[in-house]
Design a protein around this ligand. Structure first.
Ligand code: GH3
Ligand code: MG
Ligand code: MG
Ligand code: MG
Length: 291
């Protein structure tokens, strides 16, 4: 039952909430806010809403203002909003839609219409989540892909510079992976990539970003992490991969480690240094961590 889509109902009038909840509680998990401020809080709290039903006329902050704030925040801008309001003029409806709402339902509430329109928007939200997910993840390993990594990295670099927090990167390249394919076949190679990816994914904190960067190359980004701690993590991961023996195949990897320098603004520069470190690790005999 935990998989039910979540709907956030926002209305300052109890009877309206009860009416809406009555139509929706069977098929959705409901969250309730009785004012705009509370809506903004709940919109960012797990379980995140898949849809917001938003009243317009409320004291302090009206629904239009709430909508503007939700759309201006990267954490909430993708949550679809349906206005549910007694204001039924064309101008108001047009205004609500211009603010980015996906639909506009007028009171008095007609349960069958609410249910049908909600169900359509929930279906669209699930489809777009699925597409977003596919666009940001690597299909073979389910890690983030290079596209996501670069977006996230640029943000983290900016944050790290702004708050003077250390930011470290690992670049991980599987050793002689071509030989794995040649000796055991491409499918076995794929399972090795999946097994290594699993080790990398399981060993990291939620706020770390681990991505498949290319064929047999992975990148991990650690916030609030100095190069010394990053080296320790890398050494721990190197050992885990060496002991892994996926499908009985011996696998090792070479690690390049780098920390963002205060004068170094771009992710590309950080990445380039990690890449050079991997190259040195290969030259020094592979299966090692090089800062
Ligand atoms: P080194 O130790 O110097 O890194 O040698 P290497 O063989 O790992 O490096 P190289 O870059 O020459 O070869 C990488 C290989 O990874 C070549 C390519 O066929 C293989 N590869 C890339 N993507 C995939 C994939 O998705 N699945 C499989 N099975 N193999 C892949
Ligand atoms: Mg109201
Ligand atoms: Mg490589
Ligand atoms: Mg390699």
């Amino acid at each position: 039952m935990n998989d039910l889509p979540t709907i956030l109902i926002v209305d300052d009038t109890r009877t309206n909430i009860q009416l809406l909840a009555g139509c929706l509680k069977k098929d959705y998990r409901l969250k309730i806010a009785m004012n705009g401020q509370r809506c903004l809080e709940l919109a960012r709290t797990a379980p995140l809403p898949d849809l917001i039903l938003l009243d317009v006329v409320m004291p302090e902050m009206d629904g239009y203002e709430v909508c503007r704030k939700l759309k201006a925040n990267p954490h909430t801008q993708h949550v679809p909003i349906i206005f549910v309001t007694g204001r039924d003029s064309d101008d108001e409806e047009e205004y609500g839609l211009q603010l980015g709402a996906v639909d506009y339902i007028t009171k008095p509430i007609r349960p069958a219409i609410v249910t049908a329109r909600v169900s359509t928007q929930i279906m669209l939200k699930q489809k777009s989540d699925e597409l977003r997910n596919m666009a940001l993840h690597d299909q073979l390993t389910q890690l983030y892909n290079r596209h996501f990594l670069i977006e996230a990295a640029n943000q983290k670099v900016a944050e790290s510079i702004r708050h003077s927090n250390p930011l470290s990167i690992l670049m991980i390249d599987i050793d002689h992976f071509k030989l794995v394919n040649d000796q055991f076949g491409h499918q076995a190679g794929d399972s090795v990539l999946q097994a290594v990816a699993k080790v990398l994914a399981e060993s990291n904190r939620k706020e770390d970003v681990v991505a498949r960067f290319g064929g047999e190359e992975f990148v991990a980004l650690f916030e609030h992490c100095s190069i010394e701690s990053a080296e320790e993590k890398a050494e721990m991961l190197r050992g885990k991969i060496e002991r892994l023996m996926p499908a009985g195949i011996p696998v090792t990897a070479s690690f390049g480690v780098a920390e963002l320098r205060p004068n170094e603004e771009s992710f590309e520069q950080l990445l380039a240094r990690a890449d050079e470190a991997v190259y040195r690790a290969k030259e020094l005999g592979r299966n090692r961590v090089v800062p």
